[in-house]
Design a protein around this ligand. Structure first.
Ligand code: WTA
Length: 666
């Protein structure tokens, strides 16, 4: 907790301009002007439970109304609306039947190759009900867990919603994770079934999914899994195990289109999504049905100011929390038309995002700073992929998520994508928070590039020192949330002790949520700026990676590796880049031999975790810099990775000579 934040991209641009909301936006927005914002904050301050209860009644359909709101008696295991009952898929689909939304387009699917498929809310409900019956016919029961390892497709969303419909808890694993990562998660959660696809299409390439599921199963330990359901995304054949593997279309052909939803308790786990922490294995972040869904829907309407005529596009994969809240649940609960895009931003060219916006007349666009930075770079070297070649006038709000957006990228996004007209909502949140926490509001907030501005009404965010005392504006400290909120993490699957220790440390009193990020508030406006993680979590292209996780993967190569330490360094494109310092069992390699072994280790990490975890750089030393007590000096390694001068005291170092070995990239 004492580390200084470390994932700032160095910014060369100091942008002091302010961007006021337009009068049109103020006039029409759900939260209108700072007056509107302040009134809601006041309402939450005056009657916290009443504030949330009112909205839970207004936004959700309950089969059994709740009488309790927040229960803090077992803090930090808070519960919300605990005696109420509902179903998430009813709240995303059935609720729209018999309203004008029934025949509205729910999803505009654009495939990797540009083919477009549209489904209405009515069609989507039919598909979800059918697949829910498929799961039931395979013996999946309420309360059991189902893994989803799917590409970005309508079928991926259908699988998630179908689990919700029968009360099964889903756990989606991003298609870029390895067999090992999938197996570990399936064991941890005790999954009974896996839904996957034969292949996924990305950038014109057919990449295996089912074969990786087979590999994961072959690693052993997934004994509870009795069924693997395969969506046939492409025509290429895959190995099918008799009695275990079934094609989605075969099972659906004999399934009914009617499926009574299973009503569950408000606190019933809707899903568990694994994310990286600072120590050990990834944590299974557990979310509750009602609170999560409430905030998913409310933030669609507050942060994105969703209107009936909007065409919403969130580019995140369903394998991440952003794809859960702002693809699979929020837009549907709010009755939006949304684009689901299968491909990558650079195929067939780096103008693809802009072409998709033009083609489907997207009005709200939500993506990650890494994507923006890579598209800036691409359009600098190739004018033909610049956003100016596409008609982006349909856009009215644009958003950013997952990592800090540097002012240069902000200004480019504002100018070239937003046409200097669209507010940018720089949304700060986390897998654990379920939905947006600190973000501008399009019709209220004066924007400052690089700042996520102010907490949403009802979110009691604050900055404190290590003893939990509030810090004045201008002073950097720990970002915390002082009161619970409905969409907060409920537990780490199977590890309540780790849940308490990670998020509600005793040092802060045991009931305050510790986000794990450093932050500072501006003197003038009290705006929040996130300064980076305070733990050993890296943010590479908006993907969370634990340094310990990568270190464990490296030392698992027992033939080669004796010891490894991993740190992040700022990277202009990916935000942070992974640098691994490795001590081999044999002699320290040099020249081509070093390159060869570095590649073996990078590929190894790719297999152990997934390609996104491959270190950008590997450096070899005879040893690692350690204090006399044997502790690895990570700060020093960060300086080395950065090519920075060593300013700290190294007199306690065992072997100062190794600094020279580790100083230079291969
Ligand atoms: C970082 C993604 C700065 C932060 C939704 C957080 C951000 C971690 C922002 C969570 C932002 C997310 N500005 N930093 N707007 N949004 N982060 O769980 O370090 O994948 O703790 O959730 O991303 O990443 P996660």
């Amino acid at each position: 907790m004492s580390e200084t934040p470390h994932n700032n991209i160095e910014s060369t641009l100091v942008e002091n301009r302010l961007f006021e909301p337009s009068s049109n936006m103020v006039a029409s927005a759900a939260i209108s002007g700072m007056g509107g914002y302040n009134a809601l904050c006041q309402e939450a301050a005056d009657d916290f439970e009443g504030f949330w209860a009112k909205r839970a009644k207004q936004h959700l359909h309950w089969s059994k109304p709740f009488t309790k709101v927040l229960d803090e008696s077992n803090a930090p295991f808070y519960t919300w609306f605990d005696d109420g009952e509902l179903n998430a898929s009813v709240n995303c689909l059935d609720r729209h039947m018999g309203t004008p939304t029934e025949h509205k387009t729910a999803i505009i699917f654009e495939a990797d190759d540009g083919q477009v498929t549209k489904v209405s809310y009515r069609d989507l409900l039919t598909r979800v009900a059918k697949f829910a019956n498929v799961l039931k016919a395979q013996g999946v029961q309420s309360g059991e867990r189902v893994m989803i390892y799917m590409p970005m497709t309508i079928e991926g969303v259908v699988a998630m919603q179908a689990c919700a419909r029968i009360g099964a808890t889903h756990s989606v694993v991003f298609g870029g994770f390895s067999a090992k990562a999938l197996q570990e998660r399936a064991i941890d959660i005790g999954a009974v079934a896996i839904v996957t696809a034969n292949y996924q299409m990305r950038g014109g390439k057919e990449l295996p999914l089912k074969a990786i599921v087979d590999e994961a199963m072959a690693l052993g330990g997934c004994d509870a899994i009795h069924t693997v359901i395969v969506y046939q995304r492409t025509q290429t054949a895959v190995n099918m195990v008799a009695g275990r593997d079934y094609f989605m279309h075969d099972l659906e052909a004999v399934a009914s289109e009617q499926c009574e939803p299973e009503m569950v308790n408000a606190e019933h786990p809707l899903f568990v999504l694994y994310t990286s922490g600072s120590t050990g294995k990834p944590k299974g972040v557990q979310h509750a049905t009602a609170g999560y869904l409430l905030w998913a829907k409310m933030t669609m309407e507050w942060t994105f100011d969703l209107k009936d005529s909007d065409v919403f596009w969130c580019t995140a994969d369903i394998g991440w929390i952003t794809g859960h809240t702002y693809v699979a649940y929020g837009p549907l609960a709010a009755g939006a038309t949304q684009i689901v895009f299968e491909g990558v931003p650079t195929f067939p060219n780096a103008g693809r995002f802009w072409q998709v916006i033009e083609r489907h007349k997207a009005t709200i666009f939500y993506t990650a700073p890494t994507a923006i930075r890579s598209l800036i770079k691409a359009s600098t070297s190739d004018e033909s992929v610049h956003p100016k070649n596409s008609d982006l006038t349909s856009l009215r709000i644009i958003g950013s998520v997952g990592e800090p957006i540097n002012p240069e990228a902000w200004m480019w996004y504002h100018r070239h994508v937003g046409g200097e007209r669209c507010p940018i909502v720089d949304t700060f949140w986390q897998t654990e928070t379920g939905g947006h926490m600190i973000t501008p509001l399009p019709g209220a907030t004066t924007l400052v590039p690089g700042s996520c501005t102010l907490p949403l009404p009802g979110i009691m965010a604050s900055i404190v020192d290590e003893a939990g005392h509030d810090l004045p504006h201008g002073a950097g400290g720990l970002l915390v949330v002082k009161r619970p909120w409905p969409s907060m993490i409920r537990n780490i699957w199977g590890d309540s002790a780790r849940f308490k220790k990670s998020y509600f440390p005793d040092e802060l009193g045991g009931t305050t949520y510790l986000a794990g990020d450093g932050a500072v508030r501006s003197e003038e406006r009290g705006y929040f700026r996130i300064t980076g993680r305070i733990d050993d979590v890296l943010n590479v292209s908006g993907h969370r990676m634990g340094t310990m996780e990568i270190e464990s993967a490296l030392v698992a190569h027992t033939d080669l590796v004796a010891e490894a330490a991993v740190v992040g360094r700022p990277d202009d494109l990916t935000g942070e880049a992974i640098v691994a310092f490795v001590v081999l069992k044999g002699a320290r390699p040099e020249g081509e031999e070093a390159q060869r072994i570095a590649k073996i280790l990078r590929d190894w990490v790719g297999k152990e975790i997934g390609p996104i975890a491959k270190p950008k750089e590997v450096r070899f030393g005879d040893n690692l810099p350690k204090t006399r007590s044997g502790k690895i000096m990570r700060r020093l390694l960060r300086n080395l990775a950065n090519g920075e001068a060593i300013t700290q005291d190294i007199s306690t170092l065992e072997n100062p000579a190794i600094l020279d070995q580790l100083l230079k990239p291969l």
